[in-house]
Design a protein around this ligand. Structure first.
Ligand SMILES: Cc1cc2nc3c(=O)[nH]c(=O)nc-3n(C[C@H](O)[C@H](O)[C@H](O)COP(=O)(O)OP(=O)(O)OC[C@H]3O[C@@H](n4cnc5c(N)ncnc54)[C@H](O)[C@@H]3O)c2cc1C
Length: 254
């Protein structure tokens, strides 16, 4: 069972973001593993472990040949990675990102399943996994809250507003997983040390034959979001519930 996982490397959301001259997010320096993708990595490791054979390979598109986020996923237990890094991809749109990742999948070797997050933590168009499936001509199953493999069949409980659908399809396929599908493991010290020497094959867009298409819209200005107004504090005088009901009624939520 060989599983490929799409791993986005993003600026650390815990740090204040900086903008480039064109008002896009600065992506220089250290990038970290997008938390949304730590679930995909863990899911892949568990599927390979259950199958008793096979590998987990990572694919990522990131600037400046950045690998810090990949090393975290390699430290969790993935075997190797393909990184696509190319200045020509700066500001690439979601379809280009999908074509690049589909190309990287082609470099990653044989696979039975491709896993991605339902949406990234920074761009969050939530469209890249489905576009990868379209580019590769594979079935796409989304919003998986459970993933099992039985022979050549993928079985997924697909999260819906009403509960979940039981979805099955034949492998190979692309599945996007929700946060919480599994509990990601923390890399061990042994894993972190081993990750330093695990292979990362770095390629360009040209190596994959992908031509980058940039975003349609330009960001003309960026302003700070208005500070949230302080809420009203109400001391309970035994009748306060009336005011709360009135408040909710005005909001038309009851
Ligand atoms: C200001 C701004 C303007 C934009 N304008 C456009 C536009 O005009 N047209 C347009 O198409 N897009 C536009 N985008 C979206 C941008 O192109 C996407 O954010 C980007 O391509 C990556 O997609 P995503 O993060 O939205 O992926 P999502 O679909 O939200 O990510 C889902 C999953 O896909 C995988 N994935 C996504 N990106 C990567 C990666 N780089 N490496 C590895 N795995 C990855 C991960 O598993 C991730 O969890 C704009 C974004 C911004 C911030």
């Amino acid at each position: 069972m060989n599983v490929i996982v799409c791993v986005k490397q993003i600026p650390d959301p815990a740090l204040p973001g900086e903008l480039d001259a064109d008002n896009t997010l600065k992506r220089e320096g250290k990038l970290i593993l997008d938390e949304s993708d730590s679930y995909g990595v863990e899911m892949a490791l568990q599927l390979v472990n259950t199958a008793g054979e096979g590998d987990v390979t990572l694919v990522s598109m990131a600037p400046n040949e950045e690998v810090s986020g990949l090393r975290t996923a390699l430290a969790m237990g993935a075997a190797k990675a393909v990184l696509v890094s190319d200045p020509a991809l700066a500001g690439a749109d979601a379809l280009t990102t999908a074509k690049v990742l589909a190309g990287a999948v082609g470099k990653a070797g044989d696979y039975d399943l491709i896993i991605a997050g339902t949406e990234s933590s920074d761009g969050y168009t939530g469209t890249v996994p489905e576009q990868i499936a379209e580019v590769l001509g594979l079935p796409s199953v989304t919003f998986a809250k459970t993933v099992t493999v039985d022979g050549d069949t993928l079985k997924v409980d697909r999260q819906t507003e009403a509960g979940y659908d039981e979805v099955t399809c034949s492998l190979p396929a692309v599945v996007s997983v929700t946060a919480g599908v599994v509990e990601p493991r923390y890399p061990s010290f042994k894993g972190i040390m081993a990750a330093k020497s695990k292979p990362v094959d770095t390629v360009t867009a040209a190596d994959l034959g992908v031509e980058s298409v940039s975003w349609a819209q330009q960001i003309t200005s960026v302003e700070d979001a208005p500070a949230r107004e302080a809420g009203e504090i109400i001391e309970d005088d035994g009748e306060t519930f009336n005011r709360i009901v009135e408040f909710l009624d005005n909001l038309k939520v009851i």
